[in-house]
Each structure stands twice: as C-alpha cells, then as structure tokens.
Ligand binder design. Structure first.
Ligand code: ARG
Length: 542
C-alpha cells in the first residue's frame, strides 16, 4: 500500500542502484500537500538513501539527485520525474492514482493504511499496555483521564497493527482495609464501586476496555518474594532506620537510591511494581510493556526498570514508560477542576447549552449522548494535538470551536459527510469515472489519502497521536473546501457519482483515524453554530 506505488518506484530504483527494494521503500515518502503549489506525489530522499543526515544544502546531494532522476524512466505508474531539494520527485499517473487510492480505501475499510508496505514484515508482538490506573480510595484525577485516553490510543494503534495487546488497569488500592483485589473482587463490592464511578462511565463512551484489572494490593506477598530475591542477590541494604534500599549507582549517590522496604517490613510502591512486572512477564511473556503515567513518575519507572535489570531480568529493556505532561487551568464555571466527574459534567452541560442556543434543522435523538460524544472528541483532540510530554493550557472556549482545529470540527465533518451519503446514496461505489476527479481539490484529497499509512507509521514509532490528529484536521479542512466547490446536487450523474465516491473515501479514513484516537464518529450532528466560536456569530455553519 500507499497503494503499492512506493513498491513500484522502489523496484525501478532497485534495478538502478542494485539494492533490494525493501531497503528503498522507507526512503520514499508521500509528499505533504501544499496550499500554495501543486506538489508531486512521492519523493525519494537522497540523503536517507545514502544514510546521511538531512543536509540538503550540500551540492553533491543535489548532483546525485539530478543524476538519479536522469537515469529513471517514466512508466505505466510514474508519469513525471523531477528533482527537489535533495529529492527525486515522482508524479503518479493521474487516472491510476485516483482509481487505486479510492478503490483501496473502500476495499480495505478499517484496515486502510495498515496493510501498507511500510508495515510489511512487521513481526506480531505481545504487548502489554498499562494505563488509567487510578487510586480507588480517592477521587479520579484529571491525570488519570489523560492516562486513560493516551493508553487507549496506544493500545488501539498497536492492536490495529496486528499485535496482541493486553490492556491492564493497575489500581492504586494499597492501604485499603482489606487490600480488595487480593482478597476477592466481588466479595467486597469492588467491581460495583468501580462501576458506579465516573471513570467507568467514561470507559463505556470511549469504548475503553481492560483485559485485566489488577492492583497494588494483589502484590502484597509477591513483594516479599521480591525483597528476598534482592537480598539473595546481595542488592538489598538495610539502613539504620530499619528500612531497606537498593543503591542503583553502587556508590551511594543519593539520587540513585531506591527505598524498597519500610521499617515495619512492608513493601513500597516501587517494590510492588517490581513484583507486578515479574508477574506479568510470567503470565504474558510480553515483547513490550508500556506504562502510561504523568511525567512525575519518570524517575520511578527508570529506577524500577534498572532494578529489574540488575536483578538479572534482561527483559527489563522491553519495558517502556510513556510520560505525559500536566494539564493547566482546567476550571469549571464553579472553580478549579481536578476531578473527572466535574470534567464530564462540564462537557455535557457546555455542549447541551451550545446545542440549545441555536436553531437546529435536525432532531437529534439523544442530545445528551451527542453532547457527550462531541465533548469527548473535543477533549481528546485538544489533549492529543501537542507532544504528550508537554504541559498544556486548557481552554474550554478553544476546544469547542467548531471550525478551529478541534474535535468538534472532526465530528461535524464526519456527520456532514455521512449525511451526504444518506442524501444521495452510494450506488456508484465500484464504478466511477476517474476523469471526473482531476480538479486540484480532488487531487489534493487523493494525495492526502495516500499519506495515511506514513502517518500511522510515525505514530506507531514514537507513540505520539499528534501525527494522526494533524492529518485528520487537514483532511477535514480539505473536505470542507471540496464540499464548497465540488457540488453533487446539480452535477451530471457521472460527476456526482465520482465526487460521492471521493467524499465517501474521506469519511471512511476520517472515521478510521478517529476510532484509533478513541473517538466514536457521529453520524448525526446538529446544524449548529457553536457558541464559543465568535467568528461565526449569529450564523449557521451548515
Ligand atoms: N495509581 C498510580 C497513581 O495514581 C499510578 C500507577 C501507575 N502504574 C504503575 N505500575 N506504577 O499515581
């Protein structure tokens, strides 16, 4: 995939350079669309081909790019070859591009982009993702909300890529009277307790599920075994206070000392994490284990992984901490918000208020649910737009802007495209005239659809959702512009059919991306003006 175009370009290059096509594929990338100029479809970076760093100014790179371009020939796939800064650029035969991309999007459905040559040969791995992990005796904190949506995204993405994913919610239940998990889940109404709280409610909207609920109290005994093991390996040092420590530096550096036992002999957070990691390795034999928590726990995880390493568990290197930053300024109308239920209530009430304040052309069956879905999409997009590690300033007004780069805009676009299909039907899906989709707006959309696999690839590499978010926002903007000019209603059937096909493909990819992010795409949105978007004051945006 990228519809096989990369492979086809790589084959020609491979003959010329005497390198296997597999080695060339990752140097060929789809060119991001530009508002200013028409761009080629793919580019080969000469630097990455030669394994150099990205310094396009060096003349020899340019010379090599030109030389290479001169030797390459157009064929049935490539219709134009040119050079850019340190790149060789390829334009794909327009009809082939149109047909292949659209057919592939429809044929692959939710798998579009995931069958790409970029992922070929990717071994199927066993991946444990631990996320959410609230402290059950306390109220759920916004940080746990962040962990929940980020962890869910990572698990969704890994699963979509064909890995076997185990989702664990590791509850902070230490110090609760009975150590609820250890003594029996249902017996003490733990599950019930969990179900009645807002996080559970959030899981059900978001479609978040866990394969295992475990908790710190579960590792009471196993922590004692860990302490014995540390002792038997000579790694445990008793202090005069009666506590026990592990000195990770080996030279007494205080910043590398980890306390693993209290003076009364009980375990600490880190000890229980060691026990939990060992237990999970026994149980799941994972290739990778990912922990999603706020960045304040960075040192904790570094130390836990290091301790596993010195205990002789080589698989410690398969453990990874994905840290995220702090959300600042999340306030309700009543004041500072720290708890999840406040956030959910605020989302619902703000969205309902927005919806009520405007004339609607459609009756929404379940306004509460719609409000919540739009609101959660808004929250997730705001959260995923930047680098996860960065702190960010929260703004209710910004997240609800309908035409800004928001989740509201994505939901709105999805519903609007869906209603196009509802209105005009999709009877033309297997047969359409590619010649009807050659306007710049259509070509930009096709070029953008071509890049979806690369964006998925990037996010799978650095576990950052922002690549997908930015991609979907651009896709929605392109769809909005195309919707204005590529009319369906008054166009001849052939043109209308081809356009519908294009819009259907956009909706499908938009839905795929949204689902990966943990957003449920809406089929019906309100024809509404969003109150918090001042530039649309008084006007309907439909
Ligand atoms: N319950 C902890 C907290 O709220 C987070 C647990 C993170 N996971 C772990 N394995 N330590 O801070």
């Amino acid at each position: 995939m990228a519809c096989g175009f990369r492979r086809s370009i790589a084959r020609q290059l491979s003959r010329l350079l005497d390198l296997p096509p597999e080695n060339l594929i990752k140097s060929i990338s789809a060119v991001p669309i530009s508002r200013k100029e028409e761009v080629a479809d793919f580019q080969l970076s000469v630097d990455s081909l030669l394994g150099n760093n990205n310094d396009h100014s060096r003349p020899d790179v340019q010379v090599q790019a030109t030389r290479l371009a001169e030797k390459l020939k157009c064929d049935t796939v490539v219709s134009e070859i040119s050079t850019g800064q340190g790149t060789v650029n390829f334009k794909i035969n327009r009809e082939l591009l149109t047909k292949t991309v659209l057919q592939q999007v429809i044929k692959d459905g939710s798998k579009y982009g995931l069958n790409s040559e970029l992922f070929s040969g990717l071994p199927q791995k066993k991946i444990v993702v631990e996320f959410s992990s609230p402290n059950v005796a306390k109220k759920f904190h916004v940080g746990h909300l962040r962990s929940t949506i980020i962890g869910n995204f990572i698990a969704n993405l890994k699963e979509a890529l064909g890995h076997q994913v185990t989702r664990i919610n590791y509850l902070g239940d230490w110090g609760m009277q009975f150590g609820l998990l250890g003594t029996g889940f249902q017996l003490f109404g733990y599950e019930e307790k969990l179900q009645s709280n807002p996080l559970q409610h959030l899981f059900e909207r978001l479609g978040v599920h866990f394969d295992e609920y475990s908790g710190e109290s579960f590792y009471r005994e196993k922590s004692q075994e860990v302490l014995k093991l540390l002792d038997s390996k000579g790694l445990l040092q008793k202090t005069i206070k009666g506590t026990a420590i592990v000195d990770l530096s080996g030279n007494g550096d205080p910043s590398s000392i980890c306390t693993v036992m209290r003076s009364d002999g009980t375990s600490l957070y880190a000890t229980r994490d060691l026990a939990a990691a060992i237990d999970r390795m026994d149980k799941y034999n994972f290739d990778t284990m990912i922990y999603v928590t706020d960045k304040g726990q960075k040192k904790h995880f570094q130390q836990v992984f290091q301790m596993l390493q010195i205990m002789g568990y080589d698989w410690a290197e398969r453990c990874q901490h994905v840290p995220f930053g702090v959300v600042q300024g999340m306030k309700t109308r009543r004041g500072e918000v720290t708890f999840l239920e406040d956030v959910l209530n605020e989302i619902r009430s703000r969205m309902l208020q927005n919806m009520a304040s405007i004339k609607t052309t459609k009756e929404v069956e379940n306004p509460q649910e719609t409000a919540e879905r739009v609101g959660l999409a808004a929250l997730i997009i705001q959260d995923f737009k930047g680098v996860l590690l960065s702190d960010y300033q929260f703004s209710w007004d910004r997240i609800f802007q309908s035409r800004g780069d928001t989740g509201v805009f994505l939901q709105y676009t999805h519903a609007r495209l869906h209603s196009l299909e509802e209105t005009f039907g999709c009877g033309y899906l297997n047969d359409f005239n590619t010649a009807c989709l050659q306007e710049p707006q259509s070509v930009s959309i096709l070029q953008h659809l071509l890049r979806f696999d690369e964006v998925l690839y990037r996010s799978s590499q650095d576990l950052q959702p922002r690549h997908i978010v930015n991609y979907l926002l651009t896709l929605s903007h392109l769809a909005g512009m195309a919707h204005k000019t590529l009319h369906i209603k008054d166009s001849p059937p052939e043109v209308a059919g081809a356009r519908l096909h294009l819009f259907r493909a956009v909706r499908s990819v938009l839905a795929n991306g949204m689902k990966l992010l943990g957003i449920t795409p809406l089929q019906v949105f309100l024809c509404c003006q969003i109150q918090h978007a001042p530039h649309h004051n008084g006007k309907s945006i439909c």
